[in-house]
Design a protein around this ligand. Sequence first.
Ligand SMILES: Nc1nc2c(ncn2[C@@H]2O[C@H](COP(=O)(O)OP(=O)(O)OP(=O)(O)O)[C@@H](O)[C@H]2O)c(=O)[nH]1
Ligand SMILES: [Mg+2]
Length: 456
Amino acid sequence: MDCIAAISTPTAQGGVSMIRISGEDAINVAKAVFKPIYPVTDIDEMAGYTAAYGQVYRKGEKLDDGILTVFLAPHSYTGENVAEITCHGGILVTRRVLLACIEAGARYAAAGEFTKRALLNGKMSLTEAEAVIDMINAESDGYIAAAKAQHDGALSRRIEALCSRIRSAAEEITAWIDYPDEAEQEDEIVLSDREKELSDIKGEIDALLISFEGGKALRDGISAAIVGRTNAGKSTLMNLLSGEDVSIVTDLEGTTRDIVEQTVNVGDIRLNLADCAGLRDAGDKAEQIGIERMLRRLDNSRIILAVFDGSRELSDDDNSLIERLCGKNVLPIINKSDLATREDVISAVKTLGEPVIISAKSGEGEQRLLSEIVRLCGLKRLNPGEGFIANDRQRDCALRAKKHIDAAYDAICGGFTVDAVGVELEEALSCLYELDGKEAGEEIIDGVFKRFCVGK
Ligand SMILES: Nc1nc2c(ncn2[C@@H]2O[C@H](COP(=O)(O)OP(=O)(O)OP(=O)(O)O)[C@@H](O)[C@H]2O)c(=O)[nH]1
Ligand SMILES: [Mg+2]
């Protein structure tokens, strides 16, 4: 393959920058721009995974001092010869070094082209390649660990195990079609065995699809809104959950107007929490707009934390909020437990479910609140080591595979011809091969690498 080069570090000022070159000719390109000084003076003497200090040149002019690291095919990131020149971190210097590489015969690498070559050279599967970009984009410790497990092949292994079960089921069914006489007396047993096996496979593909929700929540967080009447203690709760003074708290009704957003970790879950304006007959236009925003956010949130002041009789606003929240994914919270909690409030709020009684001010009841929030999120615990569906492309393949597995199962239960079962299983396999890249077309692969940055 032709030789590609790119700046692999961010285009910004820094201590050092790195230019990566990959391709059969990478070492020759490096020779044209880099003269080693120590410990060797000839790049040909460098073994793979070794480095040398030296000087970088462009058209005979010395550009910088630097370090050259050499990786020889197939033991490199891309599986090709790779040379990496690390120079001082100025943007201009780095660009000149790249230009020198281009003048020496390399061409500019496209986004993700190094990783694409790693995929094409069998260095990683498509799901492992996708995990590279997920690691780059990860914003939480939990998701870095999950993406790392994917990069180490967790999903690939899970898919392969599933494919292997489907293949065995398909092979047995094909054998049954090819030699029906031998199997005739055992028809019933064979089919009921296969029915059980397909039901297990169905369970595994369902579990795989459910893992998408866990992964998505880990990566993007879950949207949550804190709502309630004015002065119920919503902003105090926001500050308690975030552990920071993010929302203004006063004893004046209508303190919060704009939505205040904060990402909060509750156990393994990232909540994208919004503290909203309190519900009441708005005093002025700005507050009115704040309440409209709160209502929109309420409709668009996956979970709602509805706060009621347990020390006061419920107001008309509280009652209309209860009506509005009925049937939604809501956790009713009765606040101000440090003051006496009214029984009539508890029984009215129960319409929305069993309330959690807390004092946002003192933190009383916080542990129960946290576990109720986790329960409300309804996520099965994600075990990244088992592999999970990480994006819409993978999910689409898994959904198509599920459709064929379901059809195979229905065919076997409904007594349809055994050929139909075999065909459906083959189709399911094909979808799962596409998921992991074994049967993914060029268009799909290009779509994956479009999400990458240049230099990776
Ligand atoms: N005693 C007691 N007071 C609380 C508690 N939580 C909040 N408060 C007080 O209630 C008042 C209103 O609290 P906020 O958190 O600003 O209430 P809010 O619901 O955000 O009010 P708006 O922004 O006006 O809608 C403040 O004086 C808080 O100190 C609590 O658990 N116990
Ligand atoms: Mg507030």
